[in-house]
Structures are given as structure tokens and as C-alpha cells.
Design a protein around this ligand. Structure first.
Ligand code: ZN
Length: 151
């Protein structure tokens, strides 16, 4: 798949580094990283029914009653990977919005990121996110999993 190169600055020390992300004009698709940035998976949130499924559980969740839709969408992006996606080969969760790790100081917090100019693209094979654990759960277990992620 086609990814775009972005230039990042780490929060800790301002080190500059480049890493791929989905192109800036892509809508409804996500690249999920794990916290060590050792693996990435791809999610088409419009085509993949599990995204809507977790969203519905959030919509019905009593603790989120009255929470505006854009705030709920933030929560969905934050918890979705750990709730509905299988872990990486080392047992770590993937997360939407997880930034790449600084190659100098290993910080996973970034101060800023922007498109490299002139724009640069790279073709990479990124596996699709899988949901074998999530899809094997009962409805009650799914709700429990969302509850734990919210607490
Ligand atoms: Zn750094």
C-alpha cells in the first residue's frame, strides 16, 4: 500500500526523523502501531465491521451518555486497537494514533509532524488488522472488554 513520508520531531529532545503514515487526504483508514513501533497494521474503519461495533458499544455506554460525538470518536480511536484488534507477535496491543518512535532517544511522544516537501511516498506491505479474539467473544464479553478499556 502507498504511504506518505512525514517528518517528525520528538517531544523529548526535538530529534528529527522520518516515518511513513497514511497519506494526508485518506479518510476512514488508519495505520495502527504498537508502542514499541516494531509492527504496524492497517485498518479500513469503514469496511471493517468491528470499528462500527465498538462504536455502538460506546454509544450505548452509560458513562458516555451526553458525551458529544467528536469526543466519543476520540475515545473510540484511543481504545479500539486494544479492544478489538489481535496483539502483535510479542503480545503488545496496536493503537490508532500511536506515533512512530524516535530512533535516537526512543521517545514515542512527538512534538510535531508534517509532510516532507516535496511530497514523498513509499510502497509497503502492511498486514490488515485481525480480530480473531474479538470475534470469538460473546456480546457480554465484548461489552466487558469495552468497560475495562474505559476504566
Ligand atoms: Zn528523540
Amino acid at each position: 500500500m502507498r504511504l506518505q513520508i512525514f517528518e517528525y520531531q520528538c517531544e523529548a529532545s526535538g530529534h528529527s526523523f522520518r516515518a511513513p503514515e497514511l497519506p494526508i487526504d485518506v479518510y476512514g483508514e488508519f495505520l495502527l502501531r504498537n508502542e514499541t513501533d516494531a509492527a504496524m497494521v492497517y485498518l479500513n474503519a469503514i469496511a471493517d465491521p468491528t470499528y462500527k461495533e465498538v462504536d455502538m458499544l460506546l454509544q450505548r455506554h452509560p458513562s458516555l451518555a451526553g458525551v458529544p460525538p467528536n469526543r466519543r470518536a476520540d475515545i473510540l480511536r484511543r481504545i479500539y486497537g486494544a479492544v478489538a484488534c489481535d496483539l502483535d507477535s510479542e503480545g503488545r496491543p496496536f493503537r490508532i494514533g500511536q506515533h512512530p518512535k524516535c530512533p535516537v532517544c526512543s521517545s514515542a511522544n512527538v512534538r510535531s509532524w508534517q509532510e516532507v516537501q516535496p511530497v514523498e511516498f513509499v510502497d509497503l506491505d502492511i498486514p490488515a488488522a485481525t480480530h480473531s479474539i474479538w470475534t470469538a467473544l460473546t456480546e457480554d464479553q465484548k461489552a466487558d472488554r469495552v468497560n475495562s478499556a474505559l476504566s
